[in-house]
Design a protein around this ligand. Structure first.
Ligand code: NAD
Length: 257
């Protein structure tokens, strides 16, 4: 039984990953924003899926001290952090000349710096135990760019640099670090983006889905949360011990173009 922290696991991809690890019998530390009743309902539902214990820690990914406490609380409660999934993320779509400064700062903090703070806090324990898996949820936008997403693309490219560096530092200590780079997944993050992109590009929402989003993915299908969770489970397994420092696209062929 492993202990798994998934940040931003009250919704979307993070929730799907937490669910899959819970079903596989691991201890889960949920994290993210949400009303306490909703969060408790998620916690109780996941706890019923497997043998592991499921707890929630409300660390705000904008706050380094709360992130450090998330890792410390997990180590105190379960004795270790075996799998760390920096996943929490936000998006804002706007021309760079109009891009709000506060949005730039928040996206860099939540989508990039929070992963640094998490790994910084968890790495010593992983190295001491000679075992650890770090699985960052980056994006196809870690590999390529799209217009109007300057902060997001910068943060996701940054995550890949961070993961490669951590992979080298952990290589002789049984600690692997990888990034999954999904294409478009139908989650609240993308649903919001459809509306924003429609406004920015002066298009209908239907046209954004067909001409912007699914146009980017040769398969013309959204990636599913379950598919990403299955890859995360594999990366956490013994069979994945030699995969480290990798950016693994799951994007319907988007970045092959
Ligand atoms: P989502 O909006 O469904 O979930 C985001 C999660 O992050 C939520 O649980 C939210 O509460 C949490 N979060 C946001 N701000 C936070 C903060 N300050 N502190 C703590 N938690 C916070 O989005 P999603 O689509 O599931 O995205 C998850 C990750 O996957 C993000 O890093 C995103 O960039 C990445 N991603 C998403 C897609 C996609 O198409 N949906 C594609 C590629 C990568």
């Amino acid at each position: 039984m492993k202990t798994v922290i998934v940040t931003g696991s009250t919704s979307g991809i993070g929730l799907g990953i937490a669910e899959s690890f819970a079903r596989a019998g691991h201890n889960i530390v949920l994290n993210g924003l949400g009303k306490s009743d909703d969060v408790e309902a998620i916690r109780a539902r996941l706890a019923a899926l497997g043998e592991g214990k499921v707890i929630f820690h409300g660390a705000n990914m904008l706050k380094p001290d709360e992130i450090a406490d998330l890792v410390k609380t997990t180590e105190t409660e379960f004795g270790s952090v075996d799998v760390l999934v920096p996943n929490a993320g936000i998006q804002h779509v706007e021309k760079i000349e109009d891009f709000p400064l506060a949005k730039w700062d928040a996206i860099i903090a939540i989508n990039l710096s929070s992963a640094f703070h998490l790994i910084r806090a968890a790495m010593a324990g992983m190295k001491t135990r000679k075992s650890g898996r770090i699985i960052a949820i980056a994006s196809a936008h870690g590999l390529i760019a799209s217009p109007y997403k300057s902060a997001y693309v910068a943060a996701k490219h940054g995550i890949l640099g961070l993961i490669k560096t951590v992979a080298l530092e952990g290589a002789e200590f049984g600690v692997t670090a990888n990034a999954i780079c999904p294409g478009y997944v139908e989650t609240p993050l993308v649903t919001g983006q459809i509306a924003d992109t429609a406004k920015t590009r002066n298009m209908s929402e239907e046209a954004v889905i067909s001409d912007v989003i699914l146009k980017a993915q040769p398969t013309k299908q959204f990636v599913t949360v379950e598919q990403i969770a299955a890859l995360a489970l594999f990366l956490a397994s013994d069979q994945a011990a030699q995969i480290t420092g990798a950016a693994l696209p799951m994007d319907g062929g988007w970045t092959a173009q």
